[in-house]
Design a protein around this ligand. Structure first.
Ligand SMILES: Nc1nc2c(c(=O)[nH]1)N[C@H]1C(S)=C(S)[C@@H](COP(=O)(O)OP(=O)(O)OC[C@H]3O[C@@H](n4cnc5c(=O)[nH]c(N)nc54)[C@H](O)[C@@H]3O)O[C@H]1N2
Ligand SMILES: Nc1nc2c(c(=O)[nH]1)N[C@H]1C(S)=C(S)[C@@H](COP(=O)(O)OP(=O)(O)OC[C@H]3O[C@@H](n4cnc5c(=O)[nH]c(N)nc54)[C@H](O)[C@@H]3O)O[C@H]1N2
Ligand code: SF4
Ligand SMILES: [Mo]
Length: 692
């Protein structure tokens, strides 16, 4: 235990770029309060509202504290408690039987319930690799953007958050930091006080957009066109850093030819904004090298998401903004951390390694996968699914199909959870997992450049166990003998990073454990002299790797699947574009069951523009039905200009069973995948709305 009484040091485990350092106040073995650590530079002593309530969640009366087996119908959520020995025996027998016959019929399903490298994907991955289970493409969130960055910069790397405070122009592009990246917003406000111009590029007037000097409300999924339009202006007005382009980029001539086809007039028509807005934005952007772009994942949840990130990522290399530490772009900083994924996850344990590996299931298509009968192309029908760190019945797209899959009587489902979520209701075995205050972990961050350690502050609540220990027990129950499956959490954490990496100079596992965190050694202006982590060392406007895969080697605008440009017939029936970005008081579906936070969000809302509301006879406060061919949900209408014309917004992600109609936004979202990275297209979704 870190500290039975007094302060303990922890790390916020949630899927959030800020990765805050927390102090936990413990009294009589109970966590009574968590606060932001004032000594940790990115945290600056502040936690967001929802995680300030973390102790409430840890000791919540409905925490799962003992293993349970299903007694009711699937989805009904009726269980009876059993002991750990019985639970492990059931899991081991069932998984063992399937693994001997058809290992790929077992599918693990996990995401970022915790971002910890130990409780996230270490022993669990090793276990599934050893069995030869299907692999999961964990692409529900960030993989289009990650691919966009990889093909342009070589990795998920960018500016340090700290230096946004010194920027003179800041574009908040497809991001809503007040809700989902609070500590960056603090830096942006500092910059604003020093005279910076801050512009939001977002179809929705988010909490952040309303606080910026300008809000450019483009149509969803049109960001690549806007970026190409900015390039057009930079080129024709010669606002380029020719020396930077010559020395540190590849493929300028091709990019130039492409950008010249995106005149401001064409871009204005695609994006649904004024021509002058495009020109002014480009001029402002190029007026200083201290121009910073904060992208977040909002913009890449559409068909052309990968290309959009790629196009935007090219901008700072054109103006030479990378020469300044307060210039450049940041989508994710996760690539700076020397995480040792192979040591953590041991892909070499897979039968057939390295050439003939088990099939891959994209987690965004779990609805189709679970309802597939199996054939030569798909492989065996799925017989067992093991869910941890995720709530697919609520978060995965095309939810009716997902729920139908989980409802299959011939599917064996294990769910490791802290709470009885929508997914837990479908479990055959529901196993209680510890929270961050009860287990050890090690973290990198995708928003800052520190690595961090979380030590347990309290003993596990009730009979809860860490994910790692649950998988160790099931492995032992299956008589597996591979030593990697039985390493302790401390041993796993000690392998999480390549400690000899120059970024970790002077830091090893014992030091990090003692200190709590360490800042990675990365240059202040990392690409001032090029040195991108691509094979060419350049910022790749033109990507040889994309060309080799038969894809467009240059960034381009791809209209959303569900748009008048791409699917006019569909757009005639379903004329409204729906997005369902994060609600401020939830973190995906985590915290929806914390009463105080749910009360703040109220009930599921749908924001729609006054003209769209008038066309449908919808008044503010009416109950509306949102629908398309995939399904429908109900919500309370808020008639507001926050949503641009043609756009409806349902802040998310509600637990279905805590919504009045038992449904959420994913009833209408689709399983289609992005251009690059196989990501989900949650915000590429046409609907119609009517009064309920
Ligand atoms: N409070 C809170 N914080 C969170 C989360 C949460 O649920 N709640 N979720 C966490 C997770 S998992 C993630 S991935 C991040 C997500 O954090 P963000 O990437 O910031 O996520 P989004 O809210 O999806 O998108 C941000 C903004 O993009 C806008 N947007 C939607 N479509 C488009 C588009 O086509 N173009 C442009 N330019 N903008 C668009 C949305 O209106 C929204 O205001 O936040 C994390 N932090
Ligand atoms: N409509 C719509 N859908 C979306 C999005 C959207 O913007 N709109 N956003 C998408 C995005 S960006 C993401 S990242 C996904 C997020 O999807 P998920 O990663 O599934 O996120 P959560 O809903 O927060 O569910 C995480 C679950 O993990 C559990 N958990 C936390 N820690 C632990 C642990 O240590 N052990 C175990 N066993 N369980 C733990 C929590 O209790 C919680 O129920 O949702 C996606 N779905
Ligand atoms: S959710 Fe984000 S902002 Fe809130 S405490 Fe966690 S890391 Fe910090
Ligand atoms: Mo995410």
């Amino acid at each position: 235990m870190n500290a039975p009484t007094g302060f303990a040091r922890a790390v916020c485990p949630h899927d959030c770029p800020d990765t805050c350092a927390m102090r936990v106040t413990v009294e009589d073995g109970r966590a009574v309060k968590v606060t932001g650590d004032p000594d940790h530079p990115p945290t600056q002593g502040v936690l967001c509202t929802k995680v300030s309530r973390y102790a409430e969640r840890v000791h919540h009366p409905r925490r799962l504290t003992q293993p349970m087996k299903r007694v009711g119908r699937k989805g009904e959520g009726r269980f009876e408690p059993i002991g750990w020995d019985e639970a492990v025996a059931i899991a081991a027998a069932k998984l063992g039987e399937i693994a001997r016959r058809a290992p790929e019929a077992i599918v693990p399903y996990s995401y970022a319930g915790t971002m910890g490298l130990v409780q996230g994907d270490s022993i669990a991955q090793r276990f599934f690799h050893k069995l030869g289970a299907s692999r999961l493409d964990r692409a529900i969130c960030a993989s289009a953007g990650a691919a966009g960055l990889r093909y342009t910069y070589g990795a998920s790397v960018g500016m340090h958050t700290e230096y946004f405070a010194e920027s003179e122009v800041i574009l908040i592009w497809g991001a809503n930091p007040i809700a989902s990246n609070l500590h960056l917003w603090t830096r942006v406000q500092e910059a604003k006080r020093n005279g910076a111009t801050v512009i939001a590029i977002d179809p929705y007037r988010s909490l952040t957009a309303e606080k910026c000097q300008q809000h450019i409300a483009l149509k969803p999924g049109t960001d690549a066109a806007l970026a190409l339009g900015i390039m057009h202006v930079l080129i024709v007005e010669d606002r380029l850093d020719h020396a930077y382009i010559a020395a540190h980029t590849q493929g300028f001539d091709g990019l130039k030819a492409r950008a010249l086809t995106y005149t401001p007039a064409r871009v204005a028509a695609i994006c649904g904004i004024d021509e002058q807005t495009v020109v002014d934005l480009a001029r402002l952007y190029a007026s200083t090298r201290k121009s910073a772009i904060r992208m977040n994942y909002g913009m890449q949840r559409v068909r052309g998401g990968g290309n959009a990130v790629r196009a935007i990522a090219c901008l700072p290399a054109l103006t030479g903004a990378w020469r300044e530490r307060s210039g450049g772009a940041l989508l994710s900083s996760s690539g700076w951390s020397p995480a040792d994924v192979n040591a953590l996850q041991r892909p070499d344990l897979m039968p057939g390694w390295p050439s003939k590996l088990p099939r891959v299931i994209n987690m965004n298509q779990i609805g189709d996968a679970l309802t597939h009968e199996g054939d030569a192309a798909f492989g065996p029908k799925i017989e067992a699914i093991v869910v941890y760190n995720s709530n697919p019945v609520a978060v995965a797209p095309d939810s009716a199909k997902v729920a139908a899959g989980f409802a299959r009587d011939d599917l064996f489902t294990i769910v490791l959870e802290q709470f009885q979520t929508d997914t837990a209701d479908y479990a055959d075995l529901l196993l209680p997992a510890t929270t961050q205050l009860e287990h050890l972990d090690i973290h990198k961050s995708y928003g800052h450049t520190h690595v961090m350690v979380n030590l347990p502050a309290i003993a596990p609540v009730g009979g809860a166990l860490p994910n790692t220990e649950i998988f160790r027990r099931i492995a032992r129950g299956m008589q597996l003998t591979e030593p990697a499956l039985f390493e302790s959490d401390d041993e796993v954490a000690s392998r999480a990073f390549r400690w000899d990496d120059p970024a970790l100079e002077g830091v090893d596992w014992p030091t990090l454990k003692a200190q709590g965190w360490a800042k990675l050694k990365i240059a202040d202006a990392p690409f001032a002299n090029g040195g991108f982590p691509t094979t060419t060392g350049k910022c790749e406007f033109y990507s040889d790797a994309l060309a080799k895969s038969g894809l467009d080697p240059l960034p381009d605008y791809l209209p959303p699947y569900e748009s008048a440009d791409h699917a006019p017939e569909l757009a005639a029936r379903y004329p409204l574009a729906m997005i369902s970005p994060p609600a401020r008081n939830f973190l995906n579906t985590t915290f929806v069951n914390v009463e105080s936070l749910r009360a703040t969000e109220g009930e599921p809302h749908l924001d729609l523009h006054p003209s769209d509301a008038a066309d449908r006879g919808v008044a503010d406060g009416d109950e509306v039905r949102v629908f398309n061919d995939r399904g429908s949900l109900r919500a309370r209408a808020r008639v507001t200009e926050r949503a641009r014309e043609g756009l409806v917004v349902g802040l998310s992600i509600w637990w279905k069973k805590l919504a009045p109609d038992g449904r959420n936004a994913n009833q209408v979202t689709s399983q289609a995948l992005t251009d690059l990275g196989g990501s989900a297209t949650f915000y590429d979704c046409l609907v119609e709305v009517e009064r309920a």
